[in-house]
Design a protein around this ligand. Sequence first.
Ligand code: AHG
Ligand code: MN
Ligand code: MN
Length: 339
Amino acid sequence: MSKVTFTQFFSAQHLSGTEANSSLASDISLMLGDIARACIRISKEVNKGALVGTMGSLESENVQGEVQKALDVITNDIFIECNQQSGLIAGMASEELDDPYVVPEQNRKQAKYLLSFDPLDGSSNVNVNISVGTIFSILPCPEGVIAPHLEDFFQAGTAQICAGYALYGTSTMLVITTGSGVNGFTLDNESNEFILTHPNLQIPIETKEFAINMSNYRFWEAPIQNYIDECLQGVEGRRDKDFNMRWVASMVAEVHRILIRGGIFMYPMDSKIKAKGGKLRLLYEANPMSFIVEQAGGGASTGRVRILDIKPKALHQRVPVILGSKSEVDLAEAYHKRK
Ligand code: AHG
Ligand code: MN
Ligand code: MN
């Protein structure tokens, strides 16, 4: 069987079979080419590990008060540099930037899109050599906007044109949706090309695996405590099956595991983070991951509403996240609605 490369799969020609609009198909093709190049560069940086001095923390904090790692900043710069060249992207929002980055004028004359990203997800895992990732989301730039402002990014997740993540794990993978299913590609380090290895990913409907940071148990709301209590009771409880637990602390790795073998991932509201609205960020973590999970047949909710329906009010807005196998997400939602 011949190999399908990322470039072939996302060629305008191939995409025009799935995208109704051919200019959209060629735009997606160009933008994804730049994203793939950025992720290959990030993969190489991450792989250098302790051989270079980039694993430590900097003096600086990002706008969310988190200490930045050198690699947070390096990967952010790579993502901006690679993605401002196509001329298609007007502005970018990043976890590592307080405000939107407006692409230099000469590069955004024809720009029709906005890019949001988390350049290095799970960065607390970098110096312990555990998987990290990059998450991105592409939105349309509102009609007539040439130099995008903050409010132009405030679009519900349903408006996303394309979303994906790169996982820098035992192999480097790119997992992408353009709204017609989810496909996974593995980096061939010899040819420096991504190859289609996981066509049409579908999340198994039923699961016995959950992912949550259990140390927050006492801070959770009752519906999440109840849901997890019942998982822990296993065959002796009303769920009538034993569950397994995983927590990588890199959302990209958790979502990838769920795409491959099912499960549920939760970073729910808890009393410690209530003032912030949650832990994970809507624009560049929750929305792209929810788009992928829904496109793979799963569900994504805050417990009370579908994540993709939320209209953002701030660039770094946080939301509770419950996503994965549809039947489990539905059950967790039902617990929130139960009086
Ligand atoms: P980031 O490194 O981009 O700030 O994101 C880390 C996120 C997410 O990837 C992960 O699920 C969660 O934070 C881990 O949180 P805990 O440290 O509470 O486990
Ligand atoms: Mn993150
Ligand atoms: Mn990050």
